[in-house]
Design a protein. Structure first.
Lengths: 240, 310
């Protein structure tokens, strides 16, 4: 546990210590803020104290924002060779992967923490569904977890950060909307399966204020699966 | 603690990088691991530090098998990888702290160990700088400090002086020698002068195989039997000397090094005392011998001879 926290802290500090970390953060807040307050369909336009515009734009922003964060996690270490000093210390592969996951996750929590300003200001304007807001944030957190682990896995596959980003987006795109499209063009049980596989289905429930156990379990399963694949990848790299 | 490498083999796919090698590094010894680029030095070191898994064979650190209990083995190993990879964006002190935490240095000792390393490796001036802003020489010291932070008994250094200027090279060598007295050090290099200057013993590897193992002087006598002397005869012409030399009983062969100066290199047969023979021969033939100097075989010659056969 100590090692995990050590690695997580180092990852987080690397972000907070670099300009690019802040740029990503500012872009995230800028985009979500713009769509929440200024664009059409915004809070003022609908004339209702509602965070739905925020939740729908945050869902899409995270889809790009998370891979931009995670792309460096292993790719950079492989590229510069620091992977070698990291992995020749008494740490297990799962400690390294979970540590990196946690570092990225903490940064997402910080980013989401800033968006609470939107919540507070909307709450000041008019009555807001606090329950739905909490569950909406839960949805963002669970979806972020899944995307972080997918991003970390993508980063473990290559030493090129851009390629890591593209792989993460390519995998993510299935969960983000391809499964949804497949659900709409198929029918019956197949349609239901595709619907369930897409993150949108689960996220919509969260955003509406419905926390379903199966959604939580599904997103956690994806997270654990992608993290396990990353560990497996580090493991098999020794035998190449 | 010793390092014992037993029947170690490594394939990369179908390419054989390390071919059944055996050697030992003993406590208090600096072993030079020598070979041309691509000989298998780095691969061997990566297996010893458990970064890579061997295809066959074992590495023992004391009596710990690196494959069976890697974490246990890693606590005893300090490793400076090839090209000294470092987290460029980190500050020196933060980096050393991170390394100390990863290496299981007890919490209450981390600060004192960092200070010690800053002292030993001469990092006082740069400890609050970003690693990216340091010169190569300083970066190398940070790499060494990182490898030493947990006071390991075993030190694996992969080409520790690559890319440094001559003064930095001497500094790093002195540092390694100082540290190496109480540790077991394996140091790889393709620079022979470096190995001769720093190491107690040499293992030469080529094409994944060990082709020589011994002290530098062992290797010299093993591979170059017979002594070698340089002579200069003042009162004879080169032709005369060459003609008369053929009668020298203990002569194996000779080579004119400098025709102008009449300097000749003489290689003696097996076990004769060549200097005495040359002197007596000179007296008998009325030579005025103004130079009679023993020649040292350079490790370079051995190395080239051994590695050029393939």
């Amino acid at each position: 546990m100590n090692k995990i926290m050590t690695i997580a802290k180092k990852e987080l500090n690397t972000f907070l210590d670099s300009l690019s970390g802040y740029i990503i953060l500012v872009v995230f807040l800028g985009i979500t803020g713009f769509f929440t307050w200024l664009s059409a369909n915004n809070i003022i336009f609908i004339g209702q104290a509602d965070l739905l515009p925020f939740f729908s734009v945050a869902f899409w922003t995270l889809f790009f924002f998370v891979p931009a964060l995670t792309m460096r996690s292993f790719a950079e270490e492989q590229n510069t060779g620091t992977m070698e000093i990291l992995l020749t210390h008494p740490v297990s592969f799962s400690q390294v992967v979970i540590g990196k996951f946690l570092g990225d996750f903490l940064l997402i929590l910080i980013a989401l923490g800033f968006t609470l300003v939107y919540y507070i200001s909307v709450a000041l304007i008019g009555p807001i569904d606090h329950g739905a807001t909490v569950s909406g944030y839960l949805g963002l957190i669970f979806v972020s977890m899944a995307y972080i682990s997918i991003g970390i896995y993508a980063s473990s596959l290559t030493r090129n950060q851009i390629i890591a980003f593209l792989i993460a987006v390519a995998i993510g795109i299935f969960f983000q909307f391809i499964f949804g499209i497949m659900a709409s063009i198929s029918s019956g049980i197949l349609s239901e399966i595709f619907d369930f596989l897409g993150f949108n289905y689960h996220y919509q429930n969260f955003a509406r204020g419905v926390v379903e156990l199966k959604s939580v379990l599904y997103l956690i399963t994806i997270t654990v699966l992608a993290l396990s694949l990353s560990v497996l990848n580090l493991y098999s790299r020794r035998y190449k | 603690m010793n390092i014992l490498v037993k029947n170690l083999t490594k394939f990369y796919g179908s390419v054989l990088a390390v071919d059944n090698i055996n050697f030992e590094v003993r406590h208090g010894e600096i072993l030079g691991f020598l070979g041309p680029n691509g000989a298998g030095k780095t691969t061997t070191m990566k297996i010893i530090t458990s970064y890579l898994a061997p295809t066959g064979g074992h590495v023992l650190i004391g009596d710990i098998d690196v494959e069976e209990s890697p974490d246990e083995a890693r606590r005893h190993i300090g490793y400076l990888p090839e090209n000294n990879p470092l987290y460029q964006e980190m500050f020196v002190v933060d980096f050393l702290q991170y390394m100390a935490q990863l290496a299981d240095v007890p919490k209450d000792r981390i600060n004192s160990r960092i200070n010690e390393m800053i002292e030993v490796c001469g990092l006082q001036e740069v400890k609050h700088k970003r690693i990216a802003h340091l010169s190569k020489g300083y970066q190398q010291r940070v790499g060494l400090a990182q490898a030493l932070i947990h006071d390991p008994e075993i030190l694996i250094l992969d080409e520790p002086t690559t890319g440094l200027d001559p003064r930095q090279i001497i500094e790093i060598r002195e540092l390694i020698k100082k540290i190496g007295k109480e540790k077991t050090v394996l140091l790889s290099s393709h620079i022979l002068a470096e190995v001769e200057a720093t190491c107690d013993r040499v293992v030469i590897i080529n094409n994944g195989k060990i082709i020589a193992d011994g002290t530098a002087s062992d290797l010299r006598t093993q591979l170059f039997q017979g002594q070698r002397y340089t002579i200069l005869v003042a009162n004879k012409s080169l032709e005369e000397i060459e003609k008369q030399l053929k009668d020298l009983a203990s002569l194996e062969n000779y080579k004119v090094i400098d025709p102008e100066q009449k300097i000749i290199s003489i290689q003696g047969k097996g076990d004769v005392d060549l200097a005495q023979d040359i002197f007596n021969f000179a007296v008998a033939h009325g030579w005025v011998l103004t130079l009679l100097a023993p020649e040292q075989t350079k490790l370079e010659d051995i190395f080239i001879q051994l590695t050029s056969d393939n």
